[in-house]
Design a protein around this ligand. Structure first.
Ligand code: NAD
Ligand code: UDP
Length: 318
């Protein structure tokens, strides 16, 4: 297959590009590096089946030659990133998704959307099944991301109904691993960076809020399984083991042997209280489930951050 990956220079996108190349696909990666990093794909540039296009997909998505599948991942994903780029986030979720869908339509290609557990907002139902419609504050600060992704799901489903585009939707829950930006503000990257540099771990609120953390290799296997199917879903892709933010802080301190203290900061507006996916649909239809537990996933991630101390320093300075 020849696969166009938007956002391929980001954390998840670069792992997806790598996985596709590994199994013999060709990849056209499109990115504007607004939140990605050229370092993520630097090792791929010499691969004969890898092409890179610097492009803002909110403006247009043009790929010369055949395209068999489109994986649309372009979008800021970390809360500080999308709060810093609110209008760009709305644009890439709406116009960017439409441009990527039109590329799939022109080429009669499979299209998968990287949607998010954020479409459930601060869920009133726990754990979350795909049939739950969500609880989103449409005018709150996080809405620029949540509502953009809800629109992206709506327009993708409409392209499937109206134009017969072979659309599939992944609702991704918190995913972590190597190549997260050390200072992207997400909880796993923040805690590991803080622990390794001896800074206090910043727990927002009382730390009792929960998330379910999925290791990147597991998540990418799920995206590839969705790409290879012709299912619409939506599919929750995430690890169903739920942890409090305080538990995560303890695990990171234990794993790094850090003596960093813990400092509490105010909880951000509309920060969801609980988050855990039901993954029965992905398990039964895609034959997918996560295999890497948090201890092993954090061990690999800490090893990556420790080996890239230069990245910690460069990212802190920028
Ligand atoms: P990321 O910020 O590392 O990657 C996003 C990439 O998209 C970056 O390389 C960025 O430069 C690129 N991009 C953004 N706007 C663009 C534009 N207009 N044109 C071209 N490129 C653009 O984030 P990530 O964690 O890798 O997330 C990838 C996708 O997965 C996003 O769509 C995100 O919403 C979704 N997702 C991620 C998670 C997670 O936990 N990592 C959870 C839910 C959903
Ligand atoms: N969080 C925290 N300290 C940080 C960053 C995040 O306590 O330095 C909390 C945040 O308030 C949220 C959880 O960790 O409750 C997950 O945050 P993240 O930004 O990783 O993902 P999201 O909120 O999008 O699930």
């Amino acid at each position: 297959m020849r696969v166009a990956v938007t956002g391929g220079g980001g954390f998840l996108g670069s792992h997806l590009c790598e996985a596709l190349l590994r199994r013999g696909d060709s990849v056209v990666c499109l990115d504007n590096f607004s939140t990605g990093d050229p370092e993520n794909i630097a090792p791929l540039l010499a691969h004969p089946a890898f092409e890179f296009q610097q492009a803002d997909v909110s403006v247009s998505v043009q790929v010369a030659g055949r395209v068999d599948a489109v994986a649309h991942l372009a979008s800021p994903a970390s809360p500080p990133d999308y709060l810093r780029h609110p209008l760009e986030t709305l644009a890439v979720g709406s116009r960017g998704t439409e441009n990527a869908l039109r590329l799939a339509l022109r080429h009669n290609a499979r299209f998968i959307l990287a949607s998010t557990s954020e479409i459930y907002g601060d869920p009133l139902l726990h754990p979350q099944e795909e049939t739950y419609w969500g609880n989103v504050n449409s005018i709150g600060p996080r809405s620029v991301y949540d509502e953009a992704k809800r629109y992206a799901e709506a327009v993708s489903a409409a392209y499937r109904r109206t134009h017969g585009v072979d659309v599939g939707i992944a609702r991704i829950f918190n995913t972590y691993g190597p190549r997260m930006r050390p200072h992207d503000g997400r909880v796993v990257s923040s805690f590991i960076t803080q622990a390794l540099t001896g800074e206090p771990l910043t727990i927002y609120g009382d730390g009792g809020q929960t998330r379910s953390f999925c290791y990147v290799d597991d998540l990418v296997r799920g995206l590839v399984a969705l790409l290879d199917s012709s299912e619409l879903g939506p599919f929750n892709l995430g690890n169903p083991v739920e942890r409090t933010v305080s538990e995560l802080a303890c695990l990171v301190l234990e794993m790094t042997g850090s003596t960093s203290e813990v400092k509490h900061h105010p909880l951000p507006v509309d920060d969801p209280v609980r988050r855990r996916p039901v993954i029965t649909r992905a398990r039964e239809v895609l034959g997918w489930e996560p295999e890497i537990d948090i201890t092993e996933g954090l061990r690999r991630t800490v090893a990556y951050f420790a080996a890239h101390a230069d990245r910690l320093a460069a990212s802190a300075a920028s």
